[in-house]
Design a binder for this molecule. Sequence first.
Ligand code: F6R
Length: 253
Amino acid sequence: MMSRDLRSDQPDVIVRSDATAAAKFVADRFAETIRSLPQCVLGLATGGTPIETYRELIRMHQEEGLDFSAVTTFNLDEYVGLGPDHPQSYRHFMRQHLLDHINIDPSRTHLPDGLATDLQGHAAEYEQQIVEAGGIDLQLLGIGHNGHIAFNEPGAAGDSRTRVVQLAEQTIEKNARFFASADEVPRTALTMGIGTILEAKRIVMLATGAGKAEAVRRALEDPADADHPASFLQTHANVTYVLDQGAASRLRL
Ligand code: F6R
């Protein structure tokens, strides 16, 4: 395991032997936050990467009594045009993989509404709801192969806010695995902006598998640049990168 001191200018990088151990580390971080601050506000992600972390949090709830009753959550993003009952909507994903299996109050769980009639107005309201909740205490992120965080694709501004975005071709192709075909993947999404994400008090980026190694290397080692949105995390004072050996395999650290 590598761990860097946050007081230095080196990033805090934790490398675990495999994806399961990395997921367990992240779940423990979340559990610590919930135990020390029962009314915490968590930022959550979808995708393949966090599923094991959510499974471990469910286990902690069921076997150890981890209590979500006062927790509030905000997800990063949602596809435009997919309602909560659509099996590929992120609301559906979150219910399936976490929310339906813990004692969280559904009214405290937030995702952007992909069916909102006024999408831009809804995006502004979402920002306002985060502010009213007191801001995000701990934000979980994954990383796209092209360096996206949430649906902030290459070119997104470092101070971008929650808004409607076009998905990159590569993202549509990668996410097609969850749909019957690439044609069915929505082309637009609502996403928290990079500026929104950078306002979280603490951030944990989880990346697993050698397929993410180059995206992780660029995020950590190349200068912060809009071509690789995850590199903007370098400007945040409290980010922990939790990697398995595959995802860490290109780091010079
Ligand atoms: C999901 C999200 C995306 C994913 C990224 C990685 O809410 O915002 O940025 O974190 O696409 O996805 P997976 O984990 O499927 O490789």
